[in-house]
Design a protein around this ligand. Structure first.
Ligand code: G2I
Length: 462
Protein backbone atom coordinates (compact mmCIF):
# COMPACT_ATOMS: atom_id res chain seq x y z
CA UNK A 1 0.00 0.00 0.00
CA UNK A 2 1.42 3.41 -0.89
CA UNK A 3 2.15 5.10 2.33
CA UNK A 4 -0.06 8.24 1.90
CA UNK A 5 -3.12 5.98 1.48
CA UNK A 6 -2.13 3.93 4.51
CA UNK A 7 -1.77 7.10 6.47
CA UNK A 8 -5.21 8.25 5.29
CA UNK A 9 -6.83 4.91 6.18
CA UNK A 10 -5.18 4.90 9.57
CA UNK A 11 -6.47 8.40 10.10
CA UNK A 12 -10.01 7.39 9.07
CA UNK A 13 -9.89 4.38 11.37
CA UNK A 14 -8.56 6.47 14.22
CA UNK A 15 -11.31 9.05 13.63
CA UNK A 16 -14.08 6.46 13.58
CA UNK A 17 -12.70 4.84 16.70
CA UNK A 18 -12.57 8.25 18.32
CA UNK A 19 -16.16 8.98 17.27
CA UNK A 20 -17.28 5.59 18.54
CA UNK A 21 -15.60 6.19 21.89
CA UNK A 22 -17.16 9.63 22.07
CA UNK A 23 -20.62 8.24 21.36
CA UNK A 24 -20.10 5.48 23.92
CA UNK A 25 -19.08 8.07 26.46
CA UNK A 26 -22.21 10.12 25.72
CA UNK A 27 -24.46 7.11 25.93
CA UNK A 28 -22.96 5.70 29.09
CA UNK A 29 -22.91 9.03 30.96
CA UNK A 30 -25.80 9.09 33.44
CA UNK A 31 -28.69 11.40 32.74
CA UNK A 32 -28.26 14.93 34.11
CA UNK A 33 -28.01 14.71 37.87
CA UNK A 34 -28.74 18.43 38.44
CA UNK A 35 -30.58 18.69 41.70
CA UNK A 36 -29.18 21.60 43.67
CA UNK A 37 -30.24 25.21 43.09
CA UNK A 38 -27.12 26.28 41.24
CA UNK A 39 -26.86 23.07 39.22
CA UNK A 40 -30.43 23.62 38.10
CA UNK A 41 -29.86 27.29 37.35
CA UNK A 42 -26.64 26.45 35.50
CA UNK A 43 -28.47 23.96 33.32
CA UNK A 44 -30.49 26.97 32.16
CA UNK A 45 -27.50 29.26 31.69
CA UNK A 46 -27.99 31.13 34.97
CA UNK A 47 -26.38 31.20 38.40
CA UNK A 48 -28.03 30.86 41.79
CA UNK A 49 -26.18 32.71 44.53
CA UNK A 50 -26.22 33.85 48.13
CA UNK A 51 -24.99 36.87 50.02
CA UNK A 52 -22.60 36.22 52.87
CA UNK A 53 -20.36 38.17 55.19
CA UNK A 54 -17.24 37.77 57.27
CA UNK A 55 -18.74 36.89 60.64
CA UNK A 56 -20.56 33.99 58.99
CA UNK A 57 -17.44 32.62 57.34
CA UNK A 58 -16.19 31.19 60.63
CA UNK A 59 -19.37 29.11 61.05
CA UNK A 60 -18.29 25.83 59.50
CA UNK A 61 -21.76 24.27 59.37
CA UNK A 62 -22.85 27.40 57.49
CA UNK A 63 -19.91 27.51 55.07
CA UNK A 64 -20.39 23.85 54.22
CA UNK A 65 -23.73 24.77 52.63
CA UNK A 66 -22.59 28.15 51.26
CA UNK A 67 -19.69 26.45 49.51
CA UNK A 68 -21.80 23.58 48.18
CA UNK A 69 -23.29 23.13 44.73
CA UNK A 70 -26.41 24.98 45.89
CA UNK A 71 -24.62 28.27 45.16
CA UNK A 72 -22.60 29.38 42.17
CA UNK A 73 -22.33 33.05 43.09
CA UNK A 74 -21.49 34.99 46.24
CA UNK A 75 -22.18 38.62 47.14
CA UNK A 76 -20.39 40.11 50.15
CA UNK A 77 -23.18 41.71 52.20
CA UNK A 78 -21.00 44.40 53.76
CA UNK A 79 -17.29 43.89 53.29
CA UNK A 80 -16.86 45.74 50.00
CA UNK A 81 -18.87 48.79 51.06
CA UNK A 82 -17.20 52.16 51.49
CA UNK A 83 -16.94 52.08 55.29
CA UNK A 84 -15.21 48.71 55.09
CA UNK A 85 -12.88 49.45 52.16
CA UNK A 86 -11.86 53.07 52.80
CA UNK A 87 -12.36 53.64 56.54
CA UNK A 88 -9.98 56.63 56.50
CA UNK A 89 -9.48 58.80 53.47
CA UNK A 90 -7.02 57.22 51.09
CA UNK A 91 -6.44 54.20 53.39
CA UNK A 92 -7.84 51.09 51.80
CA UNK A 93 -8.63 47.88 53.58
CA UNK A 94 -9.38 44.72 51.67
CA UNK A 95 -8.96 41.97 54.25
CA UNK A 96 -12.65 41.27 54.65
CA UNK A 97 -13.53 41.52 51.00
CA UNK A 98 -10.56 39.37 50.08
CA UNK A 99 -11.77 36.67 52.48
CA UNK A 100 -15.06 36.46 50.61
CA UNK A 101 -13.34 36.44 47.22
CA UNK A 102 -10.94 33.68 48.19
CA UNK A 103 -13.79 31.60 49.64
CA UNK A 104 -15.65 31.88 46.35
CA UNK A 105 -12.58 31.31 44.21
CA UNK A 106 -11.66 28.13 46.05
CA UNK A 107 -15.09 26.78 45.19
CA UNK A 108 -15.40 28.01 41.63
CA UNK A 109 -18.09 30.54 42.55
CA UNK A 110 -18.39 33.94 40.88
CA UNK A 111 -18.50 37.13 42.98
CA UNK A 112 -20.94 39.99 42.61
CA UNK A 113 -19.10 43.05 43.95
CA UNK A 114 -21.34 45.15 46.20
CA UNK A 115 -21.25 48.14 46.26
CA UNK A 116 -19.03 51.04 45.09
CA UNK A 117 -21.41 53.88 45.87
CA UNK A 118 -24.33 54.04 48.27
CA UNK A 119 -25.88 56.54 50.64
CA UNK A 120 -25.43 54.17 53.61
CA UNK A 121 -22.41 52.64 55.31
CA UNK A 122 -20.21 55.56 54.40
CA UNK A 123 -17.26 56.31 56.69
CA UNK A 124 -17.46 59.28 59.06
CA UNK A 125 -14.66 61.19 57.34
CA UNK A 126 -16.76 61.23 54.18
CA UNK A 127 -20.14 62.11 55.65
CA UNK A 128 -18.85 64.72 58.09
CA UNK A 129 -16.60 66.48 55.60
CA UNK A 130 -17.82 69.43 53.59
CA UNK A 131 -16.78 68.99 50.01
CA UNK A 132 -16.89 71.01 46.86
CA UNK A 133 -18.21 69.21 43.79
CA UNK A 134 -14.66 68.94 42.44
CA UNK A 135 -13.35 67.44 45.68
CA UNK A 136 -16.18 64.94 45.97
CA UNK A 137 -15.81 63.89 42.34
CA UNK A 138 -12.18 63.17 42.89
CA UNK A 139 -12.91 61.29 46.15
CA UNK A 140 -15.44 59.18 44.28
CA UNK A 141 -13.14 58.50 41.34
CA UNK A 142 -10.27 57.65 43.64
CA UNK A 143 -12.39 55.26 45.69
CA UNK A 144 -13.67 53.42 42.64
CA UNK A 145 -10.25 53.32 40.98
CA UNK A 146 -8.81 51.71 44.10
CA UNK A 147 -11.57 49.30 45.06
CA UNK A 148 -12.56 48.15 41.57
CA UNK A 149 -8.85 48.20 40.67
CA UNK A 150 -8.01 45.94 43.60
CA UNK A 151 -10.68 43.45 42.56
CA UNK A 152 -9.98 43.76 38.85
CA UNK A 153 -10.53 40.44 37.16
CA UNK A 154 -11.91 38.88 40.35
CA UNK A 155 -15.52 40.01 40.32
CA UNK A 156 -18.11 39.10 37.75
CA UNK A 157 -20.04 42.32 38.25
CA UNK A 158 -20.16 45.45 40.36
CA UNK A 159 -23.19 47.09 41.86
CA UNK A 160 -21.59 50.40 40.97
CA UNK A 161 -24.47 52.55 42.16
CA UNK A 162 -26.85 51.31 44.82
CA UNK A 163 -30.33 52.67 45.52
CA UNK A 164 -30.27 56.05 43.74
CA UNK A 165 -34.07 56.54 43.82
CA UNK A 166 -36.86 57.31 46.23
CA UNK A 167 -39.96 55.15 45.97
CA UNK A 168 -41.77 57.88 44.00
CA UNK A 169 -39.07 57.80 41.33
CA UNK A 170 -37.37 61.05 42.29
CA UNK A 171 -33.65 60.99 42.97
CA UNK A 172 -32.72 60.30 46.56
CA UNK A 173 -31.41 63.36 48.31
CA UNK A 174 -28.02 62.34 49.68
CA UNK A 175 -24.38 63.36 49.78
CA UNK A 176 -23.94 62.41 46.14
CA UNK A 177 -26.91 64.01 44.46
CA UNK A 178 -26.85 67.04 46.73
CA UNK A 179 -23.23 67.82 45.93
CA UNK A 180 -22.87 66.52 42.38
CA UNK A 181 -26.36 66.45 40.93
CA UNK A 182 -27.45 63.25 39.22
CA UNK A 183 -24.29 63.22 37.11
CA UNK A 184 -22.52 61.30 39.91
CA UNK A 185 -24.03 58.12 38.46
CA UNK A 186 -22.24 58.55 35.13
CA UNK A 187 -19.04 59.54 36.92
CA UNK A 188 -19.16 56.35 38.99
CA UNK A 189 -19.91 54.09 36.02
CA UNK A 190 -17.10 55.56 33.94
CA UNK A 191 -14.63 55.20 36.81
CA UNK A 192 -15.67 51.57 37.29
CA UNK A 193 -15.25 50.77 33.60
CA UNK A 194 -11.79 52.32 33.63
CA UNK A 195 -10.76 50.35 36.73
CA UNK A 196 -12.07 46.94 35.64
CA UNK A 197 -13.05 46.85 31.96
CA UNK A 198 -14.35 43.26 32.18
CA UNK A 199 -16.67 43.58 35.16
CA UNK A 200 -20.36 43.96 34.35
CA UNK A 201 -21.50 47.31 35.68
CA UNK A 202 -24.87 47.43 37.42
CA UNK A 203 -27.19 49.90 39.04
CA UNK A 204 -29.07 48.16 41.84
CA UNK A 205 -32.26 49.12 43.66
CA UNK A 206 -35.24 47.84 45.64
CA UNK A 207 -38.94 48.26 44.88
CA UNK A 208 -38.23 48.26 41.16
CA UNK A 209 -39.11 44.57 40.79
CA UNK A 210 -42.52 45.36 39.38
CA UNK A 211 -43.74 48.19 37.20
CA UNK A 212 -44.32 51.53 38.89
CA UNK A 213 -42.89 55.01 39.32
CA UNK A 214 -39.58 53.87 40.75
CA UNK A 215 -39.05 51.23 38.10
CA UNK A 216 -39.95 53.78 35.40
CA UNK A 217 -37.34 56.13 36.82
CA UNK A 218 -34.70 53.40 36.63
CA UNK A 219 -35.77 52.57 33.09
CA UNK A 220 -35.44 56.20 32.04
CA UNK A 221 -32.07 56.47 33.74
CA UNK A 222 -30.70 53.45 31.85
CA UNK A 223 -31.99 54.87 28.57
CA UNK A 224 -30.46 58.25 29.21
CA UNK A 225 -27.09 56.75 30.25
CA UNK A 226 -27.06 54.73 27.05
CA UNK A 227 -27.89 57.81 25.01
CA UNK A 228 -24.92 59.59 26.58
CA UNK A 229 -22.61 56.66 25.91
CA UNK A 230 -22.11 55.97 29.62
CA UNK A 231 -21.18 52.33 30.31
CA UNK A 232 -24.06 50.37 31.86
CA UNK A 233 -24.33 46.58 31.57
CA UNK A 234 -27.04 45.57 33.95
CA UNK A 235 -29.82 46.43 36.36
CA UNK A 236 -30.07 44.67 39.71
CA UNK A 237 -33.54 44.08 41.09
CA UNK A 238 -32.99 43.54 44.79
CA UNK A 239 -36.21 41.63 45.43
CA UNK A 240 -36.68 42.36 49.14
CA UNK A 241 -40.29 41.19 49.18
CA UNK A 242 -42.83 40.87 51.98
CA UNK A 243 -45.95 38.75 51.69
CA UNK A 244 -48.06 41.37 53.47
CA UNK A 245 -47.40 43.90 50.67
CA UNK A 246 -48.34 41.73 47.72
CA UNK A 247 -46.27 40.50 44.81
CA UNK A 248 -44.72 43.11 42.48
CA UNK A 249 -46.85 44.01 39.47
CA UNK A 250 -45.90 42.35 36.15
CA UNK A 251 -42.44 41.36 37.28
CA UNK A 252 -41.49 39.37 34.21
CA UNK A 253 -42.66 42.07 31.79
CA UNK A 254 -40.80 44.62 33.86
CA UNK A 255 -37.54 42.65 33.67
CA UNK A 256 -38.14 42.17 29.97
CA UNK A 257 -38.47 45.87 29.20
CA UNK A 258 -35.06 46.48 30.75
CA UNK A 259 -33.58 43.53 28.86
CA UNK A 260 -35.05 45.03 25.69
CA UNK A 261 -32.88 48.10 26.28
CA UNK A 262 -29.91 45.80 25.83
CA UNK A 263 -28.80 45.37 29.45
CA UNK A 264 -28.59 42.26 31.61
CA UNK A 265 -30.97 41.95 34.50
CA UNK A 266 -30.44 40.03 37.74
CA UNK A 267 -32.30 39.39 40.96
CA UNK A 268 -29.66 40.52 43.42
CA UNK A 269 -30.93 40.42 47.02
CA UNK A 270 -33.97 38.20 47.12
CA UNK A 271 -35.77 37.44 50.36
CA UNK A 272 -39.46 37.13 51.19
CA UNK A 273 -40.31 38.15 54.73
CA UNK A 274 -43.50 37.76 56.72
CA UNK A 275 -44.95 38.92 59.99
CA UNK A 276 -44.05 36.24 62.55
CA UNK A 277 -45.04 33.68 63.58
CA UNK A 278 -44.97 31.73 60.36
CA UNK A 279 -47.94 29.49 59.65
CA UNK A 280 -48.85 27.16 56.81
CA UNK A 281 -50.83 29.83 54.90
CA UNK A 282 -48.05 32.40 55.08
CA UNK A 283 -45.43 29.86 54.07
CA UNK A 284 -47.54 28.81 51.09
CA UNK A 285 -47.75 32.45 49.95
CA UNK A 286 -44.04 32.90 50.50
CA UNK A 287 -43.25 29.77 48.49
CA UNK A 288 -45.44 31.11 45.68
CA UNK A 289 -43.53 34.42 45.71
CA UNK A 290 -40.23 32.59 45.38
CA UNK A 291 -41.70 30.54 42.54
CA UNK A 292 -42.91 33.70 40.79
CA UNK A 293 -39.53 35.40 41.04
CA UNK A 294 -37.65 32.37 39.69
CA UNK A 295 -40.14 32.01 36.85
CA UNK A 296 -39.96 35.72 36.02
CA UNK A 297 -36.18 35.49 35.75
CA UNK A 298 -36.21 32.27 33.73
CA UNK A 299 -38.77 33.86 31.40
CA UNK A 300 -36.32 36.59 30.40
CA UNK A 301 -33.29 35.40 28.49
CA UNK A 302 -31.11 38.26 29.73
CA UNK A 303 -31.90 37.52 33.37
CA UNK A 304 -28.49 36.14 34.28
CA UNK A 305 -29.07 34.91 37.80
CA UNK A 306 -30.70 35.08 41.20
CA UNK A 307 -29.04 35.84 44.51
CA UNK A 308 -30.74 35.41 47.87
CA UNK A 309 -29.74 37.83 50.63
CA UNK A 310 -27.99 35.14 52.62
CA UNK A 311 -29.50 31.70 52.47
CA UNK A 312 -30.44 31.15 56.11
CA UNK A 313 -32.62 32.96 58.66
CA UNK A 314 -29.65 32.61 61.01
CA UNK A 315 -27.91 35.50 59.24
CA UNK A 316 -30.81 37.46 57.78
CA UNK A 317 -30.78 41.26 58.12
CA UNK A 318 -34.56 41.34 58.47
CA UNK A 319 -35.34 40.79 62.17
CA UNK A 320 -32.85 43.53 63.06
CA UNK A 321 -34.58 46.05 60.82
CA UNK A 322 -38.23 44.95 60.69
CA UNK A 323 -39.06 43.98 64.22
CA UNK A 324 -41.44 41.01 64.42
CA UNK A 325 -40.75 39.96 60.83
CA UNK A 326 -38.51 37.31 59.36
CA UNK A 327 -38.46 33.67 58.33
CA UNK A 328 -37.59 35.03 54.91
CA UNK A 329 -35.13 32.50 53.53
CA UNK A 330 -35.17 28.90 52.30
CA UNK A 331 -32.96 27.59 55.12
CA UNK A 332 -34.05 28.01 58.75
CA UNK A 333 -32.03 29.23 61.72
CA UNK A 334 -30.67 25.75 62.29
CA UNK A 335 -29.44 25.61 58.70
CA UNK A 336 -32.11 23.05 57.80
CA UNK A 337 -33.80 23.39 54.43
CA UNK A 338 -37.43 24.45 54.73
CA UNK A 339 -39.06 21.79 52.57
CA UNK A 340 -41.82 24.07 51.24
CA UNK A 341 -39.71 27.12 50.45
CA UNK A 342 -36.56 25.38 49.25
CA UNK A 343 -38.76 22.93 47.38
CA UNK A 344 -40.60 25.75 45.61
CA UNK A 345 -37.36 27.34 44.39
CA UNK A 346 -35.89 24.00 43.36
CA UNK A 347 -39.05 23.06 41.49
CA UNK A 348 -39.32 26.44 39.76
CA UNK A 349 -35.73 25.99 38.57
CA UNK A 350 -36.79 22.73 36.97
CA UNK A 351 -35.78 20.33 39.76
CA UNK A 352 -37.76 17.71 41.59
CA UNK A 353 -38.13 19.90 44.65
CA UNK A 354 -36.20 17.98 47.21
CA UNK A 355 -32.53 18.34 46.59
CA UNK A 356 -31.09 15.50 48.62
CA UNK A 357 -34.02 13.62 50.08
CA UNK A 358 -33.85 13.70 53.87
CA UNK A 359 -33.94 10.39 55.72
CA UNK A 360 -37.57 9.55 56.26
CA UNK A 361 -37.31 7.87 59.63
CA UNK A 362 -35.54 8.19 62.88
CA UNK A 363 -33.85 10.71 65.02
CA UNK A 364 -30.41 11.75 66.10
CA UNK A 365 -29.40 12.78 69.61
CA UNK A 366 -26.20 14.58 70.50
CA UNK A 367 -25.34 14.49 74.21
CA UNK A 368 -22.68 16.51 75.98
CA UNK A 369 -21.85 17.12 79.64
CA UNK A 370 -20.02 20.02 81.23
CA UNK A 371 -18.72 18.31 84.37
CA UNK A 372 -17.30 20.02 87.48
CA UNK A 373 -16.65 16.88 89.55
CA UNK A 374 -19.70 16.72 91.78
CA UNK A 375 -22.21 17.81 89.18
CA UNK A 376 -22.65 18.61 85.52
CA UNK A 377 -24.79 20.32 82.95
CA UNK A 378 -26.13 17.92 80.36
CA UNK A 379 -27.13 19.22 76.93
CA UNK A 380 -29.15 17.10 74.54
CA UNK A 381 -29.83 18.08 70.95
CA UNK A 382 -32.53 16.12 69.16
CA UNK A 383 -32.65 16.18 65.36
CA UNK A 384 -35.78 14.89 63.71
CA UNK A 385 -34.89 12.79 60.69
CA UNK A 386 -38.42 11.55 60.13
CA UNK A 387 -41.66 13.26 59.15
CA UNK A 388 -42.57 16.41 61.07
CA UNK A 389 -43.60 15.78 64.67
CA UNK A 390 -45.64 17.86 67.05
CA UNK A 391 -44.69 16.83 70.55
CA UNK A 392 -41.65 14.80 71.57
CA UNK A 393 -40.52 12.69 74.49
CA UNK A 394 -36.87 11.80 74.91
CA UNK A 395 -35.82 8.90 77.13
CA UNK A 396 -32.37 7.79 78.25
CA UNK A 397 -30.72 6.24 81.30
CA UNK A 398 -27.65 6.82 83.42
CA UNK A 399 -25.48 4.04 84.81
CA UNK A 400 -24.41 5.83 88.03
CA UNK A 401 -26.20 7.83 90.71
CA UNK A 402 -26.74 10.97 88.65
CA UNK A 403 -29.58 12.98 90.18
CA UNK A 404 -31.56 15.64 88.35
CA UNK A 405 -31.69 19.05 90.01
CA UNK A 406 -33.15 21.35 87.37
CA UNK A 407 -33.82 21.36 83.62
CA UNK A 408 -34.81 23.84 80.91
CA UNK A 409 -36.17 23.94 77.35
CA UNK A 410 -38.14 20.82 78.24
CA UNK A 411 -39.90 19.18 81.16
CA UNK A 412 -37.31 16.98 82.83
CA UNK A 413 -38.11 14.12 85.21
CA UNK A 414 -36.26 11.16 86.60
CA UNK A 415 -37.29 7.78 87.91
CA UNK A 416 -34.35 5.81 89.27
CA UNK A 417 -31.76 5.80 86.52
CA UNK A 418 -34.23 6.67 83.75
CA UNK A 419 -34.54 10.25 82.54
CA UNK A 420 -37.50 11.57 80.56
CA UNK A 421 -37.64 14.95 78.80
CA UNK A 422 -40.78 16.19 77.07
CA UNK A 423 -41.27 19.30 74.97
CA UNK A 424 -42.40 22.62 76.39
CA UNK A 425 -45.39 24.45 74.93
CA UNK A 426 -43.13 26.33 72.55
CA UNK A 427 -40.71 23.74 71.21
CA UNK A 428 -42.82 20.69 70.44
CA UNK A 429 -42.95 21.11 66.68
CA UNK A 430 -40.01 19.60 64.85
CA UNK A 431 -40.00 19.70 61.06
CA UNK A 432 -37.99 17.12 59.17
CA UNK A 433 -34.35 17.97 59.70
CA UNK A 434 -35.07 20.41 62.52
CA UNK A 435 -33.23 20.30 65.84
CA UNK A 436 -34.01 21.30 69.40
CA UNK A 437 -31.66 21.53 72.40
CA UNK A 438 -32.58 21.13 76.06
CA UNK A 439 -30.40 21.08 79.14
CA UNK A 440 -30.38 20.14 82.81
CA UNK A 441 -28.12 20.18 85.83
CA UNK A 442 -27.34 16.97 87.72
CA UNK A 443 -25.36 16.06 90.82
CA UNK A 444 -23.47 12.77 91.20
CA UNK A 445 -20.81 10.89 93.12
CA UNK A 446 -18.32 8.41 91.70
CA UNK A 447 -18.11 8.29 87.91
CA UNK A 448 -20.26 10.16 85.45
CA UNK A 449 -20.53 8.00 82.34
CA UNK A 450 -22.39 9.50 79.39
CA UNK A 451 -25.52 7.63 78.29
CA UNK A 452 -25.30 6.00 74.87
CA UNK A 453 -28.87 4.98 74.05
CA UNK A 454 -31.64 7.50 73.35
CA UNK A 455 -35.20 7.16 72.14
CA UNK A 456 -37.58 9.83 70.89
CA UNK A 457 -41.29 9.01 70.91
CA UNK A 458 -40.33 5.37 71.30
CA UNK A 459 -37.94 5.26 68.33
CA UNK A 460 -34.29 4.48 69.06
CA UNK A 461 -32.06 7.27 67.76
CA UNK A 462 -28.59 7.24 66.32
O1 G2I B 1 -30.62 46.41 54.05
C1 G2I B 1 -30.63 45.25 53.28
C2 G2I B 1 -29.87 45.45 51.98
C3 G2I B 1 -30.58 46.43 51.09
N1 G2I B 1 -29.88 46.63 49.85
C4 G2I B 1 -28.47 46.96 49.94
C5 G2I B 1 -27.75 45.99 50.85
O2 G2I B 1 -26.41 46.39 51.00
C6 G2I B 1 -28.42 45.91 52.20
O3 G2I B 1 -27.64 44.97 52.98
C7 G2I B 1 -27.64 45.20 54.33
C8 G2I B 1 -26.76 44.14 55.00
O4 G2I B 1 -27.27 42.86 54.75
C9 G2I B 1 -26.76 44.39 56.51
O5 G2I B 1 -25.86 43.49 57.15
O6 G2I B 1 -27.14 46.46 54.62
C10 G2I B 1 -27.25 46.76 56.01
C11 G2I B 1 -26.93 48.21 56.26
O7 G2I B 1 -27.97 49.00 55.78
C12 G2I B 1 -26.36 45.82 56.82
O8 G2I B 1 -26.54 46.03 58.18
C13 G2I B 1 -25.45 46.54 58.87
C14 G2I B 1 -25.92 46.95 60.25
O9 G2I B 1 -26.93 47.94 60.11
C15 G2I B 1 -24.76 47.51 61.02
O10 G2I B 1 -25.18 47.81 62.32
C16 G2I B 1 -23.61 46.52 61.04
O11 G2I B 1 -22.47 47.10 61.63
O12 G2I B 1 -24.41 45.56 58.99
C17 G2I B 1 -23.27 46.10 59.60
C18 G2I B 1 -22.15 45.07 59.54
O13 G2I B 1 -22.52 43.89 60.19
Amino acid sequence: MPSPLRARLTAVLALSLGALLAVTALVSRPASAASTLNQLAKAQGRYFGSATDNPELSDTAYTAILGSDEFGAITPGNSMKWDATEPSQGQFSYTKGDAVVSFAKARGQIVRGHTLLWHQQLPGWLTSGSWTAAQLTSILQNHIANVAGHYKGQVYSWDVVNEPFNDDGTYRSDLWSNTLGTGYIATALKAARAADPNAKLYINDYNIDGTGAKSDAMYNLVKSLQAQGVPIDGVGFQGHLAIQYGFPTNMQQNLQRFADLGVDVAITELDVRMVLPADATKVATQAQYYTNVVKACLGVSRCVGITIWDYTDKYSWIPGVFSGQGSALPWDENLAKKPDVYGAINTALGGSGGGTPPPTTGCKVAYSANDWGSGFTATVTITNQGPAISGWTLKYSYSGDQKLSQGWNGTWSQSGKDVTVTNTSWNGTLATGASISAGANFTYTGTNTAPTAFAVNGTTCT
